[in-house]
Design a protein. Structure first.
Length: 422
């Protein structure tokens, strides 16, 4: 005799009705990652120094810096890689620095540019738009490129918005906006500033007949007020829900944030406890929203007699961020690029064998030493996919070790994006 369910159709309908708001919230505000590429770093340069050949020039400088200290393989061992790992990573990094040394570039009109007067900044904003358009057309632009303009505090608000307007308008007049266009809003203190930015880019979309939502932007988390508000709440946790779909990433600002908490200059770092706390709050705030995260930068530049110590520090900080779920960071100098990619590639290559074996077992339903659930399988697939996309591993070796190609990995890592079969 079969058991008859006790909940009636009316009961189930009442439950559905009571959860409609929750369903809408999850669908609208927690869509998950969109499966698109995330760069491993962002490079900042003063806006007036950008040329279409800048990325290639940084790549040449990066290789020259490594060669001056024995080459990339030696630099890998300096970061603690064993000889086999260093030998596997070095040629991949050499190829990266020769072909795509900068994944994400920001032309800086804020701290890296300063106050040069309206006439000069107007001219530079228009010139930046033209130079970016030219670089994209020539195929020399990094995959992701854009500007950081001055913040929306009263003293710089009008100037920042005018620079944003001139840059976007110049790009729009040149033709299609770059697919990898990124706009960065710095020194955000309140939710209202983000809502104002949402309004501004919405008006620019209307003015240039762009699709609604085309102009997304990053928020730099550089002030303690965004982590803990005056009412005891966390304003950063509200951002995704106040302007759904508009924010692409949160970037931690190491030095402004540390200084605002009176951390003395010698101790300001991406690994200071105040940095870790802020970044953990940021992770919680955007979990499931599809908003990406980026760590900050190291201001210790690998130059002169202290170059190797600076490389060790940078490589360790890059690895530390990756282990904590921050897959992107800032680089401020060409000499940071070798250790950015050496540490990143080593992270993925070291983790690939175990991740691949667990994925293969999961897909084939083979029992192994670890019994993974769907959520863990998604994380494993995303890990392998990130390593593949950034160049740490090749498509052939990934498919050989997992039995999955890039399309299958993407479907496993981002199941909501997979087509529904009927």
């Amino acid at each position: 005799m079969s058991t008859v369910p006790s909940l009636s159709a009316s009961d189930l309908a009442q439950i559905d009705a009571s959860l409609q708001a929750t369903d809408r919230l999850l669908d609208r505000n927690y869509p998950g990652d969109d499966g698109s590429r995330q760069p491993v770093h962002t490079v900042y340069v003063p806006a007036d120094r950008f040329t279409p050949g800048l990325a290639a020039d940084w790549g040449r400088q990066a290789l020259a810096a490594a060669d001056a200290h024995g080459g990339l393989e030696r630099l890998g061992t300096l970061l603690g890689q064993d000889s086999a790992l260093a030998a596997a990573v070095a040629p991949r990094v050499a190829a990266k620095l020769a072909t795509e040394p900068i994944e994400d570039l920001r032309l800086d009109f804020e701290d890296g540019y300063g106050n040069r007067g309206d006439e000069a900044e107007d001219a530079d904003a228009v010139a930046a738009g033209k130079a970016v358009a030219a670089a994209v057309a020539a195929g020399t632009a990094p995959p992701f490129i854009g500007i950081r303009f001055k913040c929306l505090e009263a003293a710089t608000r009008a100037r920042g918005l005018r620079t944003l307007d001139l840059f976007v308008s110049t790009l729009a007049e040149a033709g299609e906006l770059p697919d990898g266009l990124v706009l960065t809003l710095p020194k955000v203190t309140t939710v209202d500033q983000v809502k104002a930015m949402d309004f501004a880019v919405g008006r620019l979309e209307a003015a240039h007949k762009l699709p609604a939502g085309r102009l997304r932007f990053e928020v730099q988390v550089e002030t303690p007020q965004l982590i803990l508000g005056a009412d005891g709440s966390s304003p950063v946790a509200r951002l995704a829900h106040e302007v759904p779909g508009r924010i692409s990433a949160l970037h931690y600002g190491t030095y402004d944030y540390s200084a605002s908490l009176e951390i003395s200059a010698q101790y300001q770092s991406m690994e200071h406890p105040v940095a870790d706390f802020a970044k953990e709050v940021m992770q919680l705030a955007v979990a499931g929203t599809g908003i990406r995260l980026s760590d900050g930068s190291s201001n210790v530049v690998p130059l002169g007699d202290g170059a190797e110590d600076a490389w060790r520090l940078h490589g360790r900080l890059v690895r530390r961020s990756l282990e904590r779920g921050y897959y992107q960071g800032w680089d401020m100098h060409p000499a940071h690029l070798p250790t950015r990619f050496l540490a990143t590639y080593a992270f993925y290559r070291q983790g690939l064998p175990a991740a691949a074996a667990r994925l293969a077992n999961y897909v084939s339903r083979t029992e192994g030493a670890v019994m993974d659930e769907p959520a863990t399988a998604r994380a494993l697939a995303n890990f392998v996919l990130r390593g593949l996309v950034c160049g740490a591993a090749g498509a052939d070796e990934v498919q050989a070790s997992t039995g999955l190609d890039q399309t299958q990995l993407t479907a496993l890592a981002h199941p909501r994006l997979a087509p529904v079969s009927h």
